[in-house]
Design a protein around this ligand. Structure first.
Ligand SMILES: Nc1ncnc2c1ncn2[C@@H]1O[C@H](COP(=O)(O)OP(=O)(O)OP(=O)(O)O)[C@@H](O)[C@H]1O
Ligand SMILES: [Mg+2]
Length: 227
């Protein structure tokens, strides 16, 4: 049994809208290991993105326990939390979230700013990541000069350049045709085979079939887990 990378215990999340409390996550228990490749499925509004953001420390739970490599993340300072996030976690979003004014290389170099890594090492790792996703000949293109699949490749290069232990992806193929989507999923498989834990949200059963475990969320609870 590999050690737990992340432990979530009885995680809840409520949003406050004026006087009304909206319960979104209602007691999530989940252990994530370094060799996991998990797909999170479930109806729209069931809390998939909220859960992914909490796993990625982009959002804080209302209550519950969150441990990353044994460290209680809600207890560390904001500065320490951004540093841990920058060095441990890579994000991939449905809408790519690239900075339009920066070229591929500059976008991929961005996360290093938060990770306190030497500039020369950052440049080397950024070029390597761009090479691994097959974008070396597009390195000076701006996002508007790329196809959708290329934009997602650039976003994946940005997510993996720092060599994170965990890659989180929220509907990474949602804006792509199925062939391009499969190419993106093969990249995830490759990074997984090189040791990264992957957690991806998807609506698509075929996409989820690339994962080793599927978690079904319903009304903010884990309804089923299939390995
Ligand atoms: N910042 C917010 N303030 C208030 N309510 C929110 C906020 N963010 C999300 N919600 C609500 O929380 C619920 C869960 O949202 P979430 O984005 O996690 O769903 P999801 O499962 O990812 O849905 P989808 O499949 O449509 O992306 C929704 O009902 C949403 O309206
Ligand atoms: Mg969502």
């Amino acid at each position: 049994m590999t050690p737990d990378l992340i432990i979530l215990a009885q995680i809840t999340k409520q949003y406050q809208m004026g006087a009304v409390q909206i319960p979104v996550l209602q007691g999530i228990d989940l252990r994530i290991h370094q060799n996991d490749f998990i797909a999170i499925m479930g109806p729209s509004g069931s809390g998939k993105s909220t859960l992914l953001h909490i796993i990625g420390c982009l959002d804080r739970p209302t209550s519950g326990t969150y441990l990353l490599e044994g460290k209680s993340m809600p207890d560390v300072s904001d500065k320490e939390s951004s540093r841990i996030r920058a060095t441990h976690i890579g994000f991939v979003f449905q809408k790519f979230n690239l900075i339009p004014t920066l070229n591929v290389m500059e976008n991929v170099e961005l996360p290093f700013l938060y990770a306190d890594i030497d500039v020369e090492i950052a440049k080397k790792q950024a070029s390597e990541a761009i090479h691994r996703v097959g974008l070396t000949d597009r390195i000076y293109h701006k996002p508007s000069e790329l196809s959708g699949g290329e934009m997602q490749r650039a976003a994946i290069a940005r997510a993996v350049a720092i060599r994170p232990k965990i890659i989180l992806a929220d509907e990474p193929t949602g804006n792509l045709d199925s062939k391009t989507g499969r190419e993106i999923l093969r990249l995830f498989e490759e990074f997984h085979s090189h040791g990264a834990a992957i957690i991806m949200v998807t609506h698509d059963k075929e996409v989820a079939s690339f994962a080793k475990t599927i978690i079904y969320l319903k009304d903010g609870k884990i309804e089923d887990k299939i390995s």
